[in-house]
Design a protein around this ligand. Sequence first.
Ligand SMILES: Cc1ncc(COP(=O)(O)O)c(C=O)c1O
Length: 469
Amino acid sequence: MSTIHPNTREAATPIYDWEGYDFDTRQVHAGEYPDLNNGLRVPPIALSAGYVFDDFDDQVERFSAVPSRDGAFHGDSEATPGPIYSRQGNPTNSVAEERLASLEGGSNTVLVSSGQAAITSALLTLAQGGDHIVSTASIYGGTRILFGRSIKRFGIDVDYVWDSEDDDEWARAIRPNTKAIYAESIPNPRNDITDLRRIAEVAARYHLPLVVDNTVGSPALIRPFEHGANIVVHSTTKFLTGHGAVVGGAIVDGGNFDWEAAVAAGRAYPLLTSSPRPGVGSMVDRFGPAAYARATREAVVNDIGPALSPFSGFLLHQGLETLSVRMERHVNSSLEIASWLEQQPEVEQVDYAGLPTSPLYELAVRDYGLATNGLGARTSSVFGVKVRGGIDGARAFVNGLRVFSRMTGIGDTRSMVIHPGTSTHATFAPEINDRLGITPGLLRLSVGLESPRDLIADLRVGLDHVAVL
Ligand SMILES: Cc1ncc(COP(=O)(O)O)c(C=O)c1O
């Protein structure tokens, strides 16, 4: 048996470079590395808070952040010093980080402990007290709460654009101290998909990075970097890990934003373009296209500390192995169920952009579909259905369901239902909810992997309860 320690730089060398392989191959293999001790085929769970230094000079070298253009936790064995502490990164998590970067087409990924931690960390790398962010209006309720409470308490203001087609509205919202544009590719809960190309054009015009939450879409359905986004965030709790067991988050760097040009145009990104101390170059100087990920890992996540447990990282890299297979089932069942719901007399409206009757169908055909087999107009499995009878109708429907679980959460193998108006959106002013289309009769469905026939039968029972009101 080899005596080489599994955490040596040699052990961290990838087996192959998976660039150029198909999505389905990369989701199984990207990020894996050989286990030189035991030849383990499945990357193991490295449950260790810290890492042994070979000797005194090795510790000095690891802490001195030897210049490298690779922002990954481990990578180029020549240039990247070994690991220090699991608050910065962990070999199990790095498998998932490299795999997700490959699937999204980004330069690097940083894993954190939840989707909310990912959004917060992603934005804190860009903005500080006194700065400003512009977001599209249709976003997950928890993110709207985060923006209006904690991000605001950090001194960062967020304004919303309601009509992303309206250049004047963008012009009115963007200020000299704006640091990012934020959007969701497939907004939770109403599936009102976003024209990312359109927003990326606005962002480029104002020299702003576009940050996209791709939780509901996943890279199997849309890869925001291909449409001009610069940073992607995920709640890995959902489709990426896939089985509803653990909470996690990810920040993916597109490596495609010109930070120096933004600074020249009057925007300031001190964590990226300023020298942290005399004699040390800026993140952009030292890490090039990996600068943003590196700054997020070292200057935000390592300081604040929302580290992901390697156990959760393991479940994530395993979950990613089957992402496109699960998404195919999720989206095909959703299309079948959404089409069926549209025909039911107790249903007033179905918000699923993949339906030919949706006003967003053309955009769904153009930009959203399964990467792996060319199935177009598939806009995930999280969508809204408005039943007759307002809140009484919603209550009767939800109480009638047996296969759908009444719970918060999306992107699980299990189907789930929740009433946004009294949960995720309960704290917003009625006029905001009206504008967002969060009506008393609206339910959010997350279609799981059960048989679509059983799911339709369950929904029919729920609607029978609405029919007798
Ligand atoms: C689109 C979206 N972003 C972010 C989050 C927050 O993720 P987490 O629950 O992992 O913190 C959620 C959670 O539902 C979400 O749906």
